[in-house]
Ligand binder design. Structure first.
Ligand SMILES: Cc1ncc(COP(=O)(O)O)c(C=O)c1O
Length: 440
């Protein structure tokens, strides 16, 4: 048992601080599929940390790469200077990306990568003499991080209401969650592709397509509770954007790096966006890093519009391409490839799906949604207390069952490391099943 730290000084992110500090849940180490808590219990990681640790915790090759880089050069700027590992990481990422998305801009995390992609979209149209394209369209219940750009195109009301108006000239598609028609779908739901038509019929009709720079969506909405695109929906978005010269951005911070059983959601769904935002699994969560992948044509528009000795894109972060992050990314991408972890996720997905849907007939279970190694279990809410039931499951899972889950509202979301074993999948769902049965 390690000594408990003083918890007063740290204002914790996205946390009910007073509730947490009254009964802290502390993690002190991690290896493979397990965390260890401060009271020396093994905690099975059902969430890959926060959807990041796809190769499992403490992978020795990733650890070694970070250690070696820290010893060789802990920091160097990427403004008007270079270091080889940043270029090597960009090349490795471009090699893994869907064909054609082979230019890379490095950022600090998912939020900064989202804001970067939105700025690239605006700057791209301006560089081509189309500066009237200033509008950005997101989606209800979309999560695009916490920057002002991200919350403006994002659609989680609770993440917006404390912060004023956000960016002007944004609008939102409806989200495609339709439990009435699609409850307990396995994989992509059948109904709802027509919701993509409202991009053209409602939003573009209202705003005029020539004012719209980009549409940004998560191919699968993660943070708001695992909302899957109905069959044909993403294809329609792509076609509408093409018809009107609008860039389509996929925010793949969660769906990137094997979560759905392919390198990216774009590969899984067979729909090619103009840009992909990624983070989290890029470094296996070991060092913060985000990235935007984009078509060469978008990159080249900036190069063509600016004199050869000028800065083409007035944007970047002190830590863009940070040497430790780049070394971690390089090692992580090699691990994914050599250990065939995306194929592993693909092969395990049917087992995971069957285990998830075995909870279907439990009391209070309203819907189960799954794809690849992601699953959302939605519970009926306690009258007047949305989120209370899922929180009960979450905290009892941690204290009594040694399971780390994630909850949002009354949805339990699971996204284990891709190295999970079948017996651990059973342990996860059996534990959740017992806790749901015990709910009032
Ligand atoms: C789809 C999506 N975009 C952006 C982000 C923000 O990433 P970060 O928390 O690294 O800023 C997240 C985080 O969960 C996410 O799920």
């Amino acid at each position: 048992m390690s000594q408990s730290p003083d918890t007063r000084h740290l204002w914790m992110p996205f946390t009910a601080n007073r509730q947490f500090k009254a009964a802290p849940r502390m993690l002190v180490s991690a290896a493979g599929m397990y965390y260890t808590s401060d009271d020396d219990r093994r905690i099975l990681d059902g969430t890959a940390g926060l959807w990041c640790v796809n190769a499992g915790h403490g992978h020795p090759r990733i650890v070694a790469a970070i250690q070696q880089q820290a010893a060789a050069m802990g920091y160097a700027p990427l403004f008007q200077m270079g270091h080889p590992v940043a270029f090597e990481a960009a090349t490795a990422l471009a090699d893994m990306a869907p064909a054609g998305l082979d230019r890379v801009f490095f950022c600090d995390d998912g939020s900064s990568a989202v804001d970067t992609a939105l700025k690239i979209a605006l700057g791209y149209h301006r560089a081509r003499g189309d500066a009237g394209r200033i509008r950005l369209i997101g989606r209800e219940r979309g999560y695009h991080g916490v920057g002002f750009g991200g919350i403006s195109v994002g659609g989680i009301a609770g993440n917006r209401r404390q912060f004023g108006t956000g960016l002007p000239a944004t609008d939102h598609l409806r989200h495609p969650l339709d439990i009435a028609r699609n409850a307990f779908s396995r994989g992509q739901p059948e109904h709802g592709a027509e919701l993509a038509d409202e991009l053209e019929q409602r939003l573009l009709a209202l705003h005029d397509p020539s004012t719209v720079a980009a549409v940004i969506v998560e191919p699968m909405q993660g943070s708001a509770g695992v909302i899957l695109p109905p069959r044909g929906y993403l294809e329609k978005l792509r076609a509408i954007c093409d018809r009107h010269g609008i860039l389509l951005i996929f925010d793949e911070v969660i769906t990137g790096f094997g979560r759905l059983g392919a390198a990216f959601g774009a590969d899984h769904f067979g729909v090619q966006p103009d840009m992909i935002v990624c983070a989290k699994g890029l470094t296996n969560g070991a060092v913060p890093m985000g990235a935007v992948l984009l078509r060469a044509g978008i990159h080249d528009a900036f190069m063509d519009a600016a004199p050869a000795d000028s800065i083409e894109f007035a944007h970047g972060y002190t830590y863009s391409g940070h040497p430790l992050a780049a070394a971690a990314a390089l090692a992580t991408l090699q691990v994914y490839r050599e250990e065939k972890l995306f194929e592993r996720a693909h092969d395990l997905a049917p087992y995971f799906e069957t285990a998830a849907h075995s909870l279907k007939d439990l009391p209070l279970v309203k819907d189960i949604r799954n794809l690849g190694l992601v699953c959302g279990i939605e519970l009926e809410s306690r009258p007047g207390k949305v989120g209370a039931r899922a929180y009960d499951v979450f905290q009892r899972a941690f204290h009594e069952k040694g399971l780390l889950l994630r909850v949002t509202g009354d949805i339990i979301a699971l996204s284990p490391p891709l190295v999970i074993e079948r017996a651990q999948i059973d342990e996860l769902f059996n534990g959740i099943s017992e806790l749901i049965k015990a709910l009032d």
